[in-house]
Design a protein around this ligand. Structure first.
Ligand code: ADP
Ligand code: MG
Length: 599
């Protein structure tokens, strides 16, 4: 029989296809099974108006290891000889796409690019297709050994539908092609890629696929155990998930999502090794196991999948990354997940706090990253500890603010337990003001980025203007400052370059001194920044503040400022301030000697 040539640059295209569109040989099975599913859909669709077409729908796999063949049969719509010429003889011609364009009800069908069928040549050196179209007397046989063309002839066949036989390539160092005739391998591949095809995929009479995807079911119809088992199977976690989000989203883009929040952060979560992403399905068929583009970094901790018929199945990873539909889904998904987190916070505070203990830093970094581009969207999902000992949102803090309190106050680098010992917070606590305890490294950066909440500014208790003082107090302080100007300047001299200024303050009550920062970089931020490579030179502008009513300060200022005792006292107070702030002293041996001397 004379060989026909593939149409339209098909040779080149076939070559390209086999070598570059798909990087992964095993997906040929997914492609062929998806075609079977589409064909059954079409016949099923016709059977709705013509009952004689209805039958027990099935896709049957028949491997023959000895003969090195794999046969895939379906009882779908089949193809006439002309249709085989059209659809299999022309690469990039999709009969399914034409069908979809005609029949709006066919949106579940998978095919549209007209290249999937040719993926069979990645594993087979000869492909035989026998098909009979529903309603026709006889069938046809199409056969090809690849790019050199194909034969097509009439052929007797008893059943309506299509049977594809792959003659597997000889094994080489690249691939043991024979394994595609192995039952274990086929079972695994069906589970991996085609588990949610809506018709039974049979091997030796057993159905391999579970058919109904969990994510197409309403959450109320699915038992917790089913979700737990699915999650553990797919994501290799030994603990059940802390939370399940499941939804069908309709709008600009349509997709189903099934997303889990793990109980514990993976050990590498906060490292570069961690790979975020969701599995991506199109109409129940797996396209990509881990699509990173679907999730922003700050939601990188969730696991799960999305399924959208709007995503093209036959498309490479490279193309997928720029896919417009995929971008639209990612945008919608991000919003959806934030909404779900918000509901979680509202309805199950305890559960949310547990999640936050694991992944809160990720959300905080999301508010800080990209110059705070997402800070407004994220600020209400954040929790911080406060001197109350509990975690609080900004909204809750503001609702509790005392009359006359204008700002949201925070202290950096202190835990809720330790805050009460901080000298500069006494005046705030006395007024009944709540103070946020920004314990985590990222906290202060976040708060600085957010700047204000409901018009209330975030103010550090270390800020020199933080403690609101009356006019009389201010005047009295100014007068004392003027009187002691020489001594304060002398103290600065004695401390060398260590502080930018020595000044009196009204904010201290029982403590004699404290160390604060006059620049945008607080002492706490300095500590964090210095721990990062390349930031050794970063330095907060330190200010030593003195409580003029404290007996130690009164004593010091009464001394002869040119005497050694004055210098010793200055140095001792400075070191006391460092210790209060949990900062290292410059020379602990010298400090110890100084203390002994003063005693
Ligand atoms: P796509 O599925 O994207 O349309 P394929 O290359 O996978 O592209 O298939 C090309 C066309 O061949 C399909 O659109 C369909 O018309 C036809 N076809 C392939 N497999 C079958 C089958 N098992 N039964 C009926 N028609 C099929
Ligand atoms: Mg296809």
């Amino acid at each position: 029989m004379a060989k026909k040539q593939f149409k339209a640059e098909s040779k080149k295209l076939l070559d390209l296809m086999i070598n570059s569109i798909y990087t992964n040989r095993e997906i040929f099975l997914r492609e062929l099974i998806s075609n079977c599913s589409d064909a059954i859909d079409k016949r099923h669709y016709s059977s709705l108006t013509d009952a004689s077409l209805a039958t027990d729908w099935a896709i049957t796999l028949s491997p023959d290891a000895a003969a090195r063949t794999l046969t895939i049969a379906d009882n779908g719509c089949g193809m006439s000889k002309e249709e085989m010429e059209e659809n299999l003889g022309t690469i990039a011609k999709s009969g399914t796409l034409a069908f979809k364009q005609k029949e709006s009800a066919a949106e579940n069908m998978i095919g549209q690019f007209g290249v999937g069928f040719y993926s069979s040549f990645m594993v087979a050196d000869k492909v035989t297709v026998i098909s009979r179209k529903a309603g026709e007397e006889s069938g046809a046989k199409w056969e090809s050994t690849g790019a050199d063309g194909y034969t097509l002839a009439p052929c007797e066949t008893a059943e309506v539908g299509t049977t594809i036989t792959l003659h597997l390539k000889a094994d080489d160092e690249d691939c043991a092609y024979g394994e595609f005739a192995d039952e274990g391998t086929l079972t695994r591949l069906v589970k991996k890629y085609s588990d949610y095809i809506r018709y039974p995929i049979k091997l030796n009479g057993n159905t391999l696929n579970s058919m109904t995807p969990l994510w197409r079911k309403r959450k109320s119809e699915v038992k917790k155990e089913e979700y737990d088992a699915f999650y553990r199977d797919k994501f290799y976690d030994w603990q059940p998930p802390a939370q399940v989000f499941s939804a069908q989203v309709e709008g600009n883009v349509n997709y189903s999502l099934l997303v889990f929040v793990p109980q514990k952060a993976p050990f590498d979560y906060y490292t570069r090794d961690y790979k975020k992403g969701l599995a991506l399905y199109s109409g129940g068929v797996l396209i990509m196991e881990n699509c990173a583009d679907l999730l922003p970094d700050y939601l990188g901790f969730v696991k799960g999948l999305i399924d959208s018929a709007d995503i093209s199945l036959n498309i490479s990873r490279e193309l997928l990354q720029k896919d417009r539909q995929l971008r639209a889904i990612a945008v919608s998904l991000e919003k959806k997940l934030r909404g779900e987190l918000g509901k979680w916070l509202k309805n199950d505070r305890e559960g949310y706090e547990k999640m936050f203990a694991q992944f809160g830093n990720s959300l905080k970094m999301g508010a800080y990253d990209n110059f705070g581009a997402k800070k407004d969207e994220l600020k209400d999902l954040l929790l911080f500890s406060s001197d109350s000992g509990k975690l609080t949102t900004f909204a809750e803090y503001v609702a509790r603010m005392k009359e006359g309190q204008d700002n949201i106050y925070y202290a950096s680098g202190v835990s809720a337990d330790a805050i009460k010992t901080l000298p500069q917070v006494e005046v705030f606590l006395e007024k009944g003001y709540e103070i946020l305890c920004l314990k985590d490294g990222v906290d202060e950066f976040v708060v600085k980025m957010i700047e204000s909440y409901e018009g209330k500014k975030f103010v550090s208790v270390a800020d020199k203007d933080a403690a609101a003082v009356t006019d009389e107090q201010k005047e009295a302080l100014q007068k004392k400052t003027d009187d002691l100007a020489d001594r304060l300047a002398k103290m600065k001299d004695i401390l060398g370059g260590k502080v930018k200024e020595v000044r009196l303050t009204a904010r201290l009550k029982s403590a004699a001194v404290c160390l604060t920062s006059d620049s945008d970089i607080s002492l706490e931020m300095e500590r964090i920044l210095r721990a990062m490579p390349g930031s050794e030179g970063v330095s907060a502008a330190r200010v030593l503040e003195l409580n003029p009513s404290h007996v130690a300060v009164e004593k010091l200022t009464a001394l002869d400022m040119n005497g050694q005792t004055f210098a010793d006292y200055t140095s001792a107070l400075y070191n006391a301030a460092l210790l209060q702030e949990n900062l290292p002293v410059d020379d602990s041996a010298a400090l110890a000697a100084l203390l002994v001397k003063l005693l």
